[in-house]
Design a protein around this ligand. Structure first.
Ligand code: H79
Length: 442
């Protein structure tokens, strides 16, 4: 009974529509954290206070910066070199299929030319540049899906929004919070969903179910109604805070940098960073390796999930070299081996793990890909858990695939591989079946 309940609980996320079909095929997207905090570069008046998560985009909260002083960061933007089209091209080169940009992060600053208040990047900087509009145009030009991050819960600019301990705003009553919701959040969402063409998704960021927050269910339902009315194809992520029901939520967002641990039937993704901070930090020390990013992406696809990988451009629009080089490597690999990622899902193998890497398959079930992170020194790749016998097994090399010989006994497949792995990051073995018999295992 418990098992049945679990299955029902996860199966209903995407039951009512196929809005999210493109998202399930995409598997890989770009997150962009860019805002006033990018200009602070993780340092405030010579100090980099260690506080809680230590994220550069939390600098206003961490350093208790006043609204006016924080707003003055807008003067540090270098508009000549800011070109959102370059971000879109970088995402495209990296093999990413969608971009989510912080239209308004926790600091409450709108990146677009909002008519709701004056606390926006175009107004504070005096540039008049609407970067969200430029993003929307560039995405349309290059066939890239565009989504908006919108911080609906936390807003350190608005006196009546949520800031955890109300250390910046003082105590907020339900009535006051509702005033923020009706007068700022909903009207801004309306602008974003009206003035920028097709929006592929709205990405909210609240990591607590609404019952444990200041939100009333009806308030969040107003946001859903607005999105469904203005953009019927727009996806909504689970961090809105409402239950994961198809009425409200189109895909699940796991924790920040939290990767899948079991196969999920409904669409899901992990938002992840290359660095530690999401926003630009001039003293960033924690860069993930390219190999680690490959494993994160492929491991998620093998569990039917996706990966939204973040960049934090500087206030002059440039992207740190560390991010660019990793994205280039990921993109070059996907260019060659993308058939094993896009439109792929996983093979349910229960608790079976392979020490060499991860398995994906095309959704019609007839092609299975072995992603080898650790090349076997004894030149024997051992695959357990698939009973069907492949028609052919090939090593993808980037040019002509190379046939591999194999033996099979029951669910145990032994593939002979050459001594040299063809790819320095992830080598791919393609197994083609006439008809594959995959036992669904939970
Ligand atoms: O936008 C990125 C982050 O800025 C945002 N989500 C990603 C996508 C995010 N950062 N932190 N969190 C979400 C959760 C952090 C919660 C806490 Fe705290 C911060 C726990 C401890 C420090 C705030 C302050 C809540 C408790 C104390």
């Amino acid at each position: 009974l418990m098992l049945l309940f679990l299955q029902l609980a996860t199966a209903n996320v995407n039951a009512q529509n196929n809005r999210s079909a493109w998202f399930e095929d995409a598997r890989f997207g770009m997150f962009i954290h860019w805002g006033l905090y990018s200009a602070a570069e993780g340092i405030w008046k010579g100090e980099n206070l260690r506080y809680a998560n230590n994220y550069a985009e939390w600098i206003r909260y961490r350093n208790r910066i006043s609204k006016e002083e924080y707003g003055a960061l807008a003067q540090r933007f270098v508009w000549d070199s800011i070109d959102p089209e370059q971000w879109v091209l970088l995402a495209k080169q990296a093999g990413m299929k969608y971009i989510i940009i912080t239209s308004k992060h926790h600091d409450g600053v709108a990146l677009w030319d909002t008519q709701v208040g004056n606390y926006s990047l175009p107004k504070l900087s005096g540039s008049g540049r609407d970067v969200i509009k430029e993003m929307a145009d560039a995405c349309r030009k290059h066939g890239m899906k565009l989504g908006f991050y919108y911080s609906h819960w936390i807003d350190w600019e608005h006196p009546y929004a949520w800031d955890h301990n109300q250390e910046l705003t003082g105590h907020v009553t339900d009535e006051q919070f509702n005033q923020y919701w009706q007068e700022k959040a909903l009207p801004q969402l309306r602008e974003l969903l009206t003035n920028y063409g097709d929006i592929a998704m709205m990405w909210f960021d609240m990591w607590i179910p609404y019952q444990h927050t200041i939100f009333k269910k009806e308030q969040l339902e107003q946001a859903v109604a607005l999105i469904r009315e203005l953009q019927p194809n727009c996806l909504i992520n689970s961090r809105l805070g409402l239950p994961t029901d198809a009425k409200y939520v189109d895909f699940e967002t796991l924790g920040d940098n939290q990767f899948g641990s079991s196969y999920k039937q409904h669409p899901w993704e992990t938002p992840g960073t290359i660095a530690h901070s999401w926003g630009y930090n001039g003293q960033e020390k924690e860069w993930k390796s390219t190999g680690q990013l490959f494993e994160s992406l492929i491991s998620n696809v093998a569990l039917n999930g996706g990966f939204t990988l973040n960049i934090g451009p500087r206030a002059d629009g440039t992207v740190p070299y560390e991010s660019i080089s990793r994205l280039h490597d990921l993109g070059a690999w996907l260019q060659q081996y993308g058939e094993s990622v896009y439109g792929n899902t996983g093979v349910r193998l229960g608790s079976i793990q392979h020490d060499w890497g991860k398995i994906t398959r095309t959704t019609d079930d007839n092609v299975v890909y072995l992603h080898v992170f650790n090349w076997p020194l004894d030149r024997l790749l051992r695959v357990t858990g698939i009973k069907s016998k492949p028609r052919k097994v090939e090593l993808l090399t980037g040019s002509t695939p190379r046939a591999l010989s194999f033996t099979q006994q029951g669910p145990l497949l032994h593939i002979q591989v050459p001594q040299q792995q063809p790819d320095p990051y992830v080598s791919v073995v393609r197994m083609t079946y006439d008809q594959i018999d995959l036992e669904p295992r939970i």
